[in-house]
Design a protein around this ligand. Structure first.
Ligand code: FE2
Length: 317
């Protein structure tokens, strides 16, 4: 066995105070200096100052001490050095350059979001009351970090690191292994790593309770800054999640998502559902089951040259 949880991330940005204040206004609490989370999960993201925006660390959990030693061995076979104690492994992503930490443990459990009434033809469960989404006191902030999407200029090496080394399980794959969706929890994906000219953080994704909660949280961000909108709302093809993509005040794309596919029978998924030939080698794969298709704001990375220069300075691809 390998990893069992994607716990939190560290983002490095030029304006950490602005980004922290943004997330404090949009549902997180500051639980320590530079650390933001919820009462259930006090660390969802750590925000640090950096010379360019990038993902600077990923934090995972694994079930047992044995997993630490096994992971270190698999990494060594790939030529990736790690520092281990019985309960912690630390290493560096060999392509993208961010830190990886694994601790023996598990993600903190989440409370159920509670029953929600609604009215569908033939199934009326909300009687004599307005929809709860109309009550502003019932704002439901993000619940957890779900996944990140990373671009890699050395996709084969990156894919080997996450899937053979760290032990991610493959959920779906683009044709030619140009992009791979992988999971360490039951989510369809905690990671998508795809081919890109420059290593970069494509987006981080925060899970909310449901479709209404995507609308509620996204609208609150839009009211502050209408230009934060990128694409949404819609439902993805791979992972099935409902999405709304926006840009944070540091220039990172982020996603509010809900209702992703969950997998607890690896064999069934691999044999009956998984695709490994998604898209075409010559064109971007479709992303939406319904809703807007990828637009310029979703595909283009406006600051990619700045990221490329900063990475070159650090000796990274
Ligand atoms: Fe996403």
């Amino acid at each position: 066995m390998a990893l069992n949880g994607f716990l939190d991330i560290e983002l490095s940005v030029k304006n950490p105070a602005d980004l922290g204040a943004f997330w404090e206004r949009h549902g997180f609490v500051r639980t320590a200096d530079g650390v933001y989370g919820t009462t259930e999960r006090p660390t969802v993201m750590t925000i640090k100052e950096g010379d360019h925006r990038h993902l600077s660390a990923m934090h995972f959990s694994c079930a047992a001490e044995r997993d630490i030693a096994d992971t270190a061995k698999r990494l060594e076979e790939l030529g990736v050095a790690s520092r281990i104690t019985s309960t912690t492994l630390e290493c560096t992503d060999p392509v993208l350059g961010h830190s990886i930490r694994i601790d023996v443990g598990a993600p903190a459990p989440l409370k159920e979001s509670g029953p929600r009434t609604g009215n569908r033809p033939g199934e009326r469960t909300r009687w004599n009351n307005r929809a709860s989404s109309l009550d502003p006191s019932r704002r439901r902030p993000p619940r957890r970090l779900g996944h990140v999407v990373l671009g890699s200029p050395q996709i084969e090496k990156s894919t080997a690191f996450y899937f053979e080394g760290l032990g991610f399980r493959i959920s779906d794959q683009f044709v030619g292994a140009n992009g791979t969706f992988g999971r360490v929890e039951t989510d369809h994906h905690n990671l998508l790593i795809h081919r890109a000219r420059v290593g970069y953080l494509n987006h981080y994704a925060l899970e909310v309770d449901d479709f209404d909660a995507i609308g509620e949280n996204g609208t609150a961000v839009m009211k502050e800054n209408p230009e934060s909108h990128i694409i949404g709302v819609g439902r993805h093809l791979l992972g099935s999640n409902l999405f709304w993509y926006m840009r944070d005040p540091s220039g990172n794309m982020f996603e509010f998502f809900a209702d992703m596919d969950h997998i607890n029978d690896d064999e069934h998924w691999a044999n009956n559902v998984r695709r490994t030939d998604w898209g075409s080698p010559d064109a971007p794969a479709p992303v939406e089951a319904w809703g807007p298709g990828p637009n310029e704001a979703f595909i283009a990375v406006p600051d990619i040259e700045e990221i490329a220069q900063a990475r070159t300075k650090r000796g990274l691809a």
